[in-house]
Design a protein around this ligand. Structure first.
Ligand code: ASP
Length: 311
């Protein structure tokens, strides 16, 4: 497959056909990873730079692992040890990286649109690894892969996304992907954490967990993005947990086989109860992490092929 664009800046630019093809390829990488045959040379001779201006555990390490498993030379740049901390601008940093002939640039930044800006300035294929409150496309793809592996399809499922919708790039990318693939999406949270106008994305709004979770196939809990909040949008973490924290009583409103998901990092006892987060049959949170590596292998593979049409 080839991508419609050289970069992966968001789900918005993908057609359902591209999403399905990426998921199919990711599924084959998931099987290979499980079989232990992890080394491939699809990216041999290519350079991948991870440029993270915001903290990350899962996304950075899984892009690193994905790149290495495909044979790329992988460089991790953490901003605290780079010249950005000496005042270098984003675009000067980009020009420096460009001069090193990097092929794939994975970018996380606190400002929405930063990866798109870089994409105009560098020759590398840019992958958005989370930009502000805007998008986190590979998270939505790995969530979709995890769901598809359990439910066989995304079409016709009811997905409840709960908590801090307003500040979450994960929510935004998931809404775009899931609605495009035929799922019904509900957003559930207090009015202060639901952005106005979100219905335009084809979702329904629920302020009550029982109502939002009723009959849901998938329940996704999101972290309160306190780093992006200004002012007190919730009375307290304890009160938030009482009304919106995913626990056994609230989950009982969903279907008996509903899956529990969380992109991580989790704040146990705030948006999710430990008993549910670690539930042996309902929680697929660890599998989401595993699928993250497979999805990122698929994205790197496809973008490298898109950049060199004859490869
Ligand atoms: N890891 C996800 C992100 O970077 C979710 C979160 O941080 O809560 O957006």
């Amino acid at each position: 497959m080839r991508m419609p664009t050289r970069h992966l800046l968001g789900i918005e630019s993908l057609h359902p056909r591209d999403i399905s093809a990426l998921l199919d390829l990711a599924e084959s990488y998931a099987l290979l990873n499980r079989s232990g045959k992890t080394r491939r040379d699809v990216l041999r001779g290519r350079t991948l730079i991870n440029l993270f201006f915001e903290d990350s555990t899962r996304t950075r390490t899984s892009f690193e692992l994905a790149g290495k498993r495909l044979g790329a030379d992988v460089i991790n740049m953490s901003v605290s040890t780079s010249s950005v901390s000496k005042g270098e601008t984003l675009l000067d940093t980009a020009a420096t990286l460009n001069a090193m002939n990097c092929d794939l640039l994975v970018v996380r930044h606190k400002s929405s649109g930063a990866p798109a800006l870089l994409a105009q300035k560098v020759d590398a294929a840019v992958i958005n690894a989370g930009d502000g409150m805007h998008e986190h496309p590979t998270q939505a793809l790995l969530d979709a892969l995890t769901i598809r592996r359990h439910k066989g399809t995304l079409e016709g499922l009811t997905v409840a996304i709960c908590g801090d919708i307003a500040h979450s790039r994960v929510a935004r990318s998931n809404i775009l992907l899931l609605t495009a693939m035929g799922s019904t999406v509900r957003v559930v949270g207090p009015p202060t954490l639901i952005p106005s106008g979100i219905e335009q994305f084809g979702v329904t709004i629920h302020h009550d967990m029982a109502d939002g979770l009723r009959g849901a196939d998938i329940v996704m809990a999101l972290r309160l993005q306190t780093e992006r909040m200004s002012g007190g949008l919730i009375p307290s973490a304890r009160e938030f947990f009482t009304f919106y924290g995913l626990d056994a009583a609230k989950l009982a409103h969903a279907r008996p086989d509903a899956l529990v998901m969380h992109p991580g990092p989790m704040n146990r006892g705030v948006e999710i109860d430990s008993q549910i987060a670690d539930h042996a049959t309902r929680s697929v949170i660890r599998e989401q992490v595993e699928m993250g590596v497979a999805v990122r292998m698929a994205v790197l593979d496809v973008l490298a092929r898109t950049a060199t049409p004859n490869a």
